[in-house]
Design a protein around this ligand. Structure first.
Ligand SMILES: [Zn+2]
Length: 436
């Protein structure tokens, strides 16, 4: 049993589907979980994270190899093509590669220059060959959250149209130990994610939105920011070229934010503490920001890979397993000149888990409900493959009764406890309680 007990998250996930397919009555006997192949997990993880796959960036030769391998393994496992006879769902992407200038701040104690990569990174959602921000007033907007249902609005009483907003990462109560609080305590809400911060800044009409990086609340170091925010960026291809978005989106290091605020006579620590308190008011800094960038633009489709194991008695109800197949591709070279971000854990393991689950479910026999196996693209660019499937579902979402996503499998060995992040949002957690 050792190989199985080492893979408790997969087992838990497998149990979710196994339990789900037999109905929800708690007194029903649990179905034995399908047997997971450790060989599949190991082999697929090794292949996908090998240098030959070049870090699996969307629309690269690494994508070709990756989607072919997943479809091959789905077919060998005994799945059927999941998209009307095809293993693929095309996801139209636009690729932009920006070359930004430094960020210049004027109107403070002294002119301040924040350099690209070491102090800040900048991109644009707007698909334009050249984007320019000129002397835009800078405003500190705390966590940049407008959540009327929680009685919180960091933009209350301030007009940021055409301005540059400085935003803290995560949400105001992330340092709380428990899960109580306006923003779910230490659990991160959607308001804490960078995608939300930029969406809200655009809704408020901000011309630029810069998030202050901090290793603890962001949960990753600055190097991850530079790896993922420089080089080619992917977004949904949009007929309006995302002109409703802010001109500039980016990140500044904690140190750069400190200097930017000190330059305006403010203190990052003091403002951060204020931003955690209800009733926080945004602080205009009295300084102005300028930065511009040129962009190379390429439009190209990437692919989600999709297979299905049709159900027996309830084939029009679906349980969906997902894992993103993409990773960061080529990154800054390390001291040995290696520039491939291999992404073994994130998310070759999850993709291998998806394939292993497909094999195990086929071996276990067809379930009552249909099971969908969906390997999504461009997660690292803002969950684009998932979003595209959500907006263009092959199977009706109303009949999709449960879903399990795998983003990195357990590589640390035996575990005893499990944590549900964002409890109360899904009845699937009742199955977890029984399995725990
Ligand atoms: Zn991931």
């Amino acid at each position: 049993m050792r190989p199985l007990t080492r893979l408790s998250p997969i087992l838990a996930a497998a149990c979710l589907a196994a339990c789900a397919q037999t109905g929800s009555a708690p007194e029903r006997a649990a179905v034995a979980p399908p047997q997971i192949s450790q060989a599949t997990l190991t082999t697929v993880t090794q292949i996908l994270s090998s240098d030959a796959y070049e870090g699996r960036a969307p629309t690269t030769p690494g994508e070709e190899k990756t989607v072919r391998l997943i479809a091959d393994r789905f077919e060998k496992a005994g799945l059927q093509p999941g998209n009307n006879g095809s293993w693929h769902q095309n996801v139209p992407l636009v690729e932009t590669t920006a070359t930004p200038t430094a960020l210049r701040i004027t109107g403070g104690k002294a002119p301040l220059t924040l350099n690209y990569r070491t102090d800040m990174v900048a991109n644009s959602y707007q698909v334009q060959p050249r984007v320019s921000l000129d002397n835009s007033d800078v405003v500190f907007v705390g966590y940049g959250i407008n959540a009327p249902e929680r009685g919180w609005n960091d933009y209350a009483g301030v007009d940021v149209r055409g301005k540059t907003v400085i935003i803290l990462v995560n949400d105001p109560d992330y340092e709380t130990q428990g899960l109580q609080g306006t923003f779910g305590g230490r659990a991160m809400t959607y308001y804490g994610r960078w995608t939300y911060k930029y969406e809200e800044a655009a809704r408020q009409g901000a011309a630029a939105a810069l998030i202050v990086h901090d290793e603890v609340p962001a949960a990753y170091p600055w190097g991850v920011v530079t790896s993922s925010w420089t080089g080619p960026q992917y977004n949904m291809d949009d007929p309006n070229n995302h002109m409703d978005q802010s001109k500039i989106i980016g990140w500044v290091t904690n140190d750069a934010a400190r200097r930017l605020l000190a330059n305006a006579g403010q203190d990052l620590g003091t403002l951060t503490a204020a931003a955690k308190r209800p009733g926080f008011k945004a602080v205009p800094l009295g300084t102005r920001a300028s930065v511009s960038l040129t962009q190379k633009i390429k439009r190209q489709a990437s692919r989600n890979v999709i297979g299905i194991l049709p159900g027996t008695t309830r084939p029009n109800e679906y349980v969906i397993y997902t894992a993103h197949w993409d990773h960061l591709g080529r990154c800054d070279p390390d001291p040995d000149g290696d520039d491939i971000c291999n992404g073994a854990l994130d998310n070759a393991t999850g993709t291998a888990g998806l394939i292993a689950l497909a094999e195990a479910h086929v071996r276990a026999g067809r379930p009552e409900r249909s099971i969908i196996f969906l390997a999504v693209t461009a997660e690292e660019s803002g969950l684009l493959g998932s979003r595209f499937y959500g907006e263009n579902p092959v199977y009706p979402l109303a009949q999709t009764v449960g879903g399990v996503n795998m983003d990195g499998l357990n590589i640390i060995g035996n575990t005893r406890d499990l944590v549900v992040v964002g409890p109360g949002k899904s009845e699937l957690e009742d199955y977890f309680k029984r399995a725990a």
